[in-house]
Unconditional design. Structure first.
Length: 407
């Protein structure tokens, strides 16, 4: 029984250490992904010629290599790792620093000629996946964006365009949009349906006209949690071609643009036509619109995928040097508020001392933009003084009512 209680005690102590580190780092339920990418690793280094510093560096490096290996192992199966070990050694283990978001030595000790460290390591899943995919070791998988369509369509049976967001047009289901939706669903895109509830909201927000203002469409799409909007028009025309007494030709034209909801940036533009022949004018026009929609959907899907893969490439990495971190409650509140700012992708506490902290930030934008966003945040028990802004760093002090402001 003493051995059993000894094991339980060690597990409890280890759990307590990890929990304490998570609290100091501000990790909560919203940081689930970061928690998945964070490892507690034991590493060793040999002390040679009493060079303790070198042994410590070796021990830390062993921890970093192990953490990246664990991340890769979580993304691959063992057979694939064994078969591709030479490639993994080249692309991952020989350039380890680029895959590390941050690390912290939790405790360390020397035992004769062995130096041991316990290190908390946070690995960049994105960078590891990118390397594995580029090396064709791991298949490319992508969370596809949610799409909302705004396509106004004029068929041969209508004198004017019909569109689902128009008042009095609640059951519009255009042939071209339906064809585009089918294409994009097959490719894995998520389509937001514009049913009665969505239409009722749209009637109060967007203009009742076929050519929507981009800003109106984007603002409405944001309320629907869409990632991309596809806006445009389709029209059917009859052609002078005939065969016999009844067979006629019809042309469908679909023109569409894709915009990112988050930024308003255009990421795709397409115009496609299709020609059909039919003895029935209504059916012929619908077939032509459907054909044009299919062709347009195929092409604009490629453009959206290409842009979606690149959407995070403008992310900047920089540090925040924070003073006034001695008040742990204020520090945790600041970090959580920082994480909620739009464009902030990742927040990592690199170092925490008695009254100072170094925080690593990934942000879709420049330091000045993040500083401007922080100035608009209200903190209940303290304020912030942003006293230096450079391309790679922000210097900030947490200030209370009686605190001195750094000049």
């Amino acid at each position: 029984m003493p051995l059993f209680y000894s094991i339980i005690k060690k597990v409890f102590i280890s759990t307590f250490i990890i929990a304490a580190v998570m609290i100091l780092s501000g990790i909560d339920a919203a940081d689930a992904q970061q928690a998945k990418d964070t490892f507690i690793i034991m590493g060793t280094g040999n002390v040679k010629k009493e060079d303790v510093a070198a042994a410590r560096r070796d021990a830390i490096k062993n921890c970093l290599v192990t953490a990246v290996g664990l991340k890769a192992a979580g993304l691959m199966n063992i057979d694939s790792m064994v078969q591709n070990f030479e490639t993994l050694n080249k692309i991952l283990y020989t350039n380890i620093d680029k895959f590390i978001k941050g690390y912290k030595v939790l405790t360390e000790a020397r035992s004769e000629s062995i130096y041991r460290v316990m290190v908390q390591v946070t690995v960049s899943s994105k960078m590891v996946k990118r390397k594995l995919i580029a090396a064709k070791i791991m298949p490319r998988k992508m969370e596809m964006p949610k799409i909302l369509f705004f396509i106004a369509e004029q068929s041969l049976e209508d004198d004017s365009p019909k569109y689902w967001w128009g008042k009095g047009m609640p059951f519009v289901n255009s042939a071209s949009e339906k064809a585009m939706v089918e294409v994009m669903k097959e490719k894995g895109f998520k389509i937001i349906k514009h049913g009665p509830r969505t239409q009722n909201i749209a009637f109060r927000i967007v203009a009742d006209e076929p050519n929507l203002n981009d800003r109106e469409a984007i603002d409405f799409a944001a309320k629907m949690n869409a990632d991309v909007i596809i806006t445009g028009s389709s029209i059917a025309n009859d052609l002078p071609n005939t065969m016999g007494a009844d067979m006629k030709s019809f042309k469908g034209l679909t023109a569409a643009r894709a915009l990112l909801v988050k930024t308003g940036k255009q990421i795709g533009s397409i115009s496609r036509t299709a020609v059909t022949a039919n003895v029935n004018e209504v059916e012929g026009g619908r077939d032509a619109l459907s054909g044009a929609g299919t062709l347009a959907g195929e092409e604009i899907a490629k453009q959206i995928v290409s842009a979606w893969l690149k959407k995070d490439e403008d992310t900047e990495n920089f540090e925040i040097l924070l003073k006034g971190a001695g008040n742990l409650a204020n520090f945790v509140m600041f970090r959580r508020m920082l994480s909620t700012i739009e464009g902030v992708k990742f927040v990592q506490v690199k170092e925490l001392k008695s009254d100072k902290a170094t925080i690593r930030v990934e942000f879709n934008g420049k330091t000045k933009e993040l500083a401007d966003a922080l100035m608009l945040k209200a903190f209940e028990s303290f304020g912030i003084n942003i006293y230096d802004v450079s391309d790679s760093q922000l210097k900030i002090e947490l200030i209370g009512s009686q605190s001195h402001i750094v000049q």
